[in-house]
Design a protein around this ligand. Structure first.
Ligand code: CA
Length: 438
């Protein structure tokens, strides 16, 4: 079981001075993992840990042979160009490696002379997907999102009767998950406006984003077995930001009866850094189900899950456009919310996913579904913010949006903060819409 320990101590400082800035996403209390190389360099992608505005090269660190025991075994699992082997190594190795990295990067560490040459500035880096993602499952865990979207289709009956009992999800497309910074063309497909007799083929006119968190699976479970809710944290490596781009017009026509398909499978953008569950420990909080709602079935609940099943992760969505960038305007903030409002939490999603004996595998990605807070301004998609495209958003540079235009870039950020602890962040998930390839 993960416990608070010396790596969470808010007094810790690093000899990497940028890690001590109050607004950094990557203080020494964070230590997220990612896959990087120097931009357009003739070198392979490799695993690193973010510290301040630098990346510590873990492949090179293994070569330096300054760690031993479980920490060196952890580095042995960091020799490839994906995190899958480290994800499979298990929570004891993750915890041991984190402690060794924390001690080595602290102010006063005797290892500084050996580690300092292994730093690469983030400003010189480019990133690859953190893992080879075998399967991507997307949940629908925010009741505020489900209710607001449901109202647009069924004003009298927004929530389906199963919603408060089942963590709803569907199997997404892993091959089109891309890392922050990659652009993609506006998707094409079948579109059928309500007043048309038949569909036509064309570029989506209702392209949207979805602000989600992503969950990376650590060690999997064997086919036919299930993961108990109180053992889920042994099977979760960490979390990232996820933008599950969605073509609402393609979706509206295709989704019945089997759910989303081509409306979602053209691109999903994740942040390059995976923040471990151990780093997120201080920001866990009570998970509450309203007393008037059905209480979860036994496999979806436990005392521990009630006490600290929710994660208070702040999430925000920003937008730039061709026009805003040409005038160097600041990105417009479209919304902000917290993952703590989620109706279903991370442990419940993993317990539910495996309750039928489905085997999760290291590197699998689960999306939480669009995270919208209780107020309209906290909505995690344009579909909600513009009421299905009826109420355009006014941008600060004299432009309006209902859905995304070509050239629009969506930037998602996430971070945790709490009195008595150091702020930690996820970096960002950024993606730009290119013109359709008709
Ligand atoms: Ca989604």
């Amino acid at each position: 079981m993960l416990t608070l320990n010396e790596t969470h101590d808010p007094q810790l400082k690093s000899w990497v001075s940028s890690a001590n800035e109050p607004d950094t996403d990557f203080p020494i209390q964070n230590l997220p993992f990612g896959v990087f190389r120097r931009r357009q360099a003739a070198e392979g992608f490799r695993i690193g840990v973010a510290i301040g505005d630098q990346i510590l090269d873990l492949r090179a660190l293994r070569g330096a042979q300054v760690f031993d025991g479980g920490a060196q075994i952890g580095l042995d699992a960091c020799q490839g160009n994906t995190l899958n082997a480290l994800m499979a190594a298990g929570v004891d190795i993750w915890t041991t490696l984190r402690l060794a990295l924390s001690r080595a990067l602290r102010e006063g560490s005797s290892l500084r002379p050996q580690l300092e040459p292994l730093l690469v500035p983030q400003s010189e880096a480019e990133y690859a997907l953190p893992a080879t993602i075998g399967d991507y499952t997307d949940f629908y865990a925010s009741i505020h999102h489900a209710t607001t979207v449901g109202k647009q289709f069924r004003p009298d009956n927004p929530l389906m009767p199963n919603y408060k009992w089942v963590p709803i999800g569907y199997h997404g497309r892993a091959s089109s998950v891309v890392v922050s910074g990659e652009s993609f063309p506006r998707p094409c497909g079948q579109l059928k406006p309500k007043d048309a007799d038949q569909p036509s083929f064309g570029a989506s006119q209702r392209l949207d984003y979805e602000a989600e968190m992503g969950i990376f699976i650590g060690p999997g479970n064997a086919l036919g077995t299930r993961i108990d809710i109180d053992r889920t944290e042994n099977h979760i490596f960490g979390m990232c930001i996820l933008n599950d781009w969605s073509a609402r017009d393609i979706q509206a026509w295709e989704y019945q009866p089997l759910g989303p398909f081509l409306a979602k499978s053209f691109a999903s953008t994740i942040s390059p850094w995976v923040v471990t569950l151990e780093a997120l420990l201080p920001y866990r909080t009570a998970w509450e189900r309203p007393a008037e709602d059905p209480q979860p079935l036994p496999y979806l609940t436990s005392e521990r899950n009630k006490a600290e099943g929710a994660y208070d992760i702040q999430m925000e969505v920003l937008l730039t456009t061709d026009k805003s960038r040409s005038s160097q305007a600041e990105p417009a903030r479209l919304s902000r919310t917290s993952f703590r409002h989620s109706y279903w939490n991370v442990a419940q999603m993993v317990a539910h996913h495996t309750v039928n004996g489905c085997n999760l595998q290291s590197g699998d990605l689960l999306g939480t579904g669009t995270q919208s807070g209780p107020t309209p301004e906290e909505a995690g998609s344009l579909l909600e913010l513009t009421v299905g495209g009826q109420k355009p958003l006014e941008l600060p540079w004299d432009e309006k949006r209902t859905f995304l235009a070509d050239g629009d870039e969506v930037i998602m950020r996430a971070w945790c903060e709490k009195p008595g602890y150091v702020r930690i962040g996820f970096g960002e998930a950024r993606g730009k819409v290119l013109p359709a390839q008709l």
